[in-house]
Ligand binder design. Structure first.
Ligand SMILES: [Zn+2]
Length: 415
């Protein structure tokens, strides 16, 4: 029989008491979808997905309930089946009229309640102080919600402070079911146009809000509220926060990381940021120094090469040079600088004998069109034949690898 207020056939036991962990209910209907069984029961402690919060999990008759969803006004417990054979066997047993026992995953339920009621508390305080409404809510690993007005960082911190004070005060969280007439006289927050009957979750002295989800008994159970992020969103503010067990686990994780950072920087806890900032500044300085040194080295190599190029007669048509510890950009820079004054092919190698070399070969643009010009692509193929490795590119520049010793490479280019 349909409940007038909730609009579904199932009595939702968690609405009045979210601490009932086990229950018995009669099967009202069963669906089979994609190897899973969907059970509708006369009553349940499982909260079906709704209002931004996922459905409860747990077990029914030993089967894992992976989700609870409201579909066309019916609350379905979705049972995961290990195999098609098992689905058929279970479908034989789980028939309408039969009474089944279930148990909700209460650890998960409690975590979600901590986060959900923390959101109520934050929004209730924001509403009282600034008149903002909550216009979006999503609860996953963290709570994310949108308020319809701007908040500065200081304002968010101040609301966060007030939330934690409300937790220490340990004020009652209440659930009530006012009639539509009673509800009209009550100043409660609501995200929705309420079509169904009204259920209100109150936080004494802080908030009153229409809500369909399981609620804690008192604010003390929230444990702690920590805002993780605040960002402007469509003229309002998007807040991400965590509460309770999630916040404590996050703190534990951060504490672990802090310990590791203290070791890395040999710094006291309160000096880690200072030490990290100094380190970052020093790194930046070293980076600039390193760039300058690389430039100088590149310049020296280019100078040497140009000396060889301008040494007089018998300048070879190919010259190879080794910049063992250089990066590719350095080798390219040397080539680009020297080909302006050289009519042959320059081949730069970096690496070492034990791990092999990477090369870049280039020449001045336009030279490749001369009738007697050597083909760079053919040179890449010949190097591959001689050294192994791989390579290719254009007739202006080729690059590749040469897993060979320096002496062998020099011999190759002496030809
Ligand atoms: Zn709610």
């Amino acid at each position: 029989m349909k409940n007038e207020r909730t609009g579904c056939n199932t009595v939702l036991l968690y609405e009045a008491d979210a601490y009932i962990k086990t229950f018995q209910g009669k099967i009202l209907s069963v669906l089979e979808k994609e190897g899973k069984l969907y059970l509708e029961l006369s009553e349940t402690v499982f909260f079906p997905e709704g209002g931004g919060q996922n459905g409860d999990r747990g077990r029914i008759e030993g089967y894992e309930v992976i989700d609870t969803k409201k579909i066309d006004g019916r609350v379905y417990h979705i049972l995961e089946m290990p195999s098609q054979e098992e689905t058929e066997k279970a479908a034989e047993i789980l028939k309408p009229g039969r009474t089944v026992s279930g148990e909700v995953d209460f650890a998960l339920r409690f975590r979600r309640m901590q986060n959900h009621i923390a959101e109520h508390l934050f929004c209730g305080i924001a509403n009282k102080r600034f008149g903002y409404d909550n216009v979006g809510f999503h609860l996953s690993d963290v709570v994310t919600f949108d308020l319809d007005g701007p908040l500065t960082e200081e304002e968010v911190s101040s609301i966060e402070d007030a939330c934690n004070k409300a937790i220490w005060e340990n004020v009652p969280v209440t659930v009530s079911f006012p009639s539509p007439e009673e509800a009209e006289t009550l100043p409660f927050r609501s995200k929705l146009e309420l079509s169904e009957g009204i259920r209100l979750v109150g936080i004494e002295g802080y908030d009153l809000c229409a809500c369909c989800a399981p609620a804690l008994h008192s604010t003390g159970e929230i444990g702690i509220v920590k805002v993780l992020d605040r960002m402007p969103h469509r003229g309002g503010t998007r807040i991400t926060l965590i509460a309770g067990e999630d916040a404590w686990k996050d703190y534990r994780n951060i504490d672990f990381q802090m310990g590791e950072l203290m070791k890395i920087f040999s710094a006291k806890r309160e000096k880690v940021f200072e030490a990290a900032s100094e380190f970052a500044a020093k790194t930046q300085e070293m980076h600039l120094e390193n760039t300058e040194l690389k430039k100088q080295i590149t310049g020296l190599y280019a100078e040497n090469l140009l000396k060889e190029i301008h040494s007089g007669a018998n300048v070879p048509t190919k010259i190879c040079f080794f910049m063992k510890d250089a990066d590719e950009a350095q080798v390219r820079n040397v080539i680009n600088r020297c080909v302006k004054e050289y009519d042959g092919i320059l081949a730069g190698f970096r690496g070492n004998d034990s791990e092999g070399y990477r090369y870049v070969c280039g020449r001045r643009e336009g030279l490749e069109k001369e009738p007697k010009a050597l083909s760079l692509r053919m040179l890449a193929a010949r190097m591959k034949e001689a050294f192994g490795g791989s390579g290719g590119g254009s007739e202006i520049m080729i690059q590749g690898s040469a897993p060979a010793r320096e002496a062998v490479i020099r011999e190759f280019f002496a030809d």
